[in-house]
Design a binder for this molecule. Structure first.
Ligand code: 5GP
Length: 205
């Protein structure tokens, strides 16, 4: 029987270090894959179509919404982002886990639809540290930074609906915490029972 893949739904305000954290654990677990979202945002330097995102025109994104091709989608910072149902179906088919790096609106939609997943919210150590990190990026204007700070307050307000919280203060420690969550979820009875029941007669599984 094919292993049941898990969905790890990871959200964080911009600047909390979510992308780097996800990248680290993707290197650790071969069974884990990054869920490639569709977006109307133009690619940034170094981003590759099909690896980082599927970059599509607004019209194509709207057609996909109309045709019900998304498990969830949302407008974030003026661009549209969505997870295709086909992405989830392919992972299910192959028995691999997915990391969905999505915002709170998307996570809420999946919860409302009853999609099973393990949700993790990444927090910065404090608002002042978040501001310091955003300012350190150099690439953003002060207006953009203020918008991101205001959005961060809203997003952090949603953290109470998640299963796990990680405070990304010391990066290696945050990686360890995310790794520990993934390992613990892999050891759940529901996932283990099929493989161990060939050898052991376990009641109640
Ligand atoms: P960025 O443009 O910096 O890559 O992503 C901006 C925000 O969009 C991040 O918070 C990211 O988690 C979110 N995002 C990326 N893909 C999706 C998606 O498929 N659905 C939703 N709801 N949010 C997404």
């Amino acid at each position: 029987m094919r292993r049941k893949g898990l969905l790890f739904i990871v959200s964080a305000p911009s600047g909390a270090g979510k992308t780097s954290l996800c990248r680290e654990v993707l290197d650790i677990f071969p069974v884990l894959r990054h869920s490639v979202s569709f977006t109307t945002r133009p690619p940034r330097n170094g981003e590759i179509h099909g690896r980082d995102y599927y970059f599509v025109a607004k019209g194509e994104f709207q057609r996909m919404v109309r045709d019900g091709e998304f498990a969830e989608w949302a407008e974030v910072h003026g661009n549209c982002y969505g997870t295709a149902l086909s992405t989830l179906a392919e992972a299910r088919e192959e028995g691999v886990d997915l990391i969905l790096d999505i915002d709170c609106q998307g996570a809420r939609q999946l919860r409302a639809k009853g999609v099973e997943g393990v949700s993790i919210f990444i927090l910065p150590p404090s608002y002042s540290e978040l501001r310091r990190r955003l300012e350190g990026r150099d690439s953003d204007t002060s207006e953009v930074i203020e918008t991101r700070m205001a959005n961060a307050v809203k997003e952090i307000g949603q953290a109470g609906s998640y299963d796990y919280i990680i405070v990304n203060d010391q990066f290696p420690r945050a990686v360890e915490e995310l790794r520990a969550i993934i390992i613990a979820e892999h050891q759940r009875l529901a996932l283990m029972i099929d493989s161990v029941s060939k050898e052991f007669n376990i009641q109640g599984g």
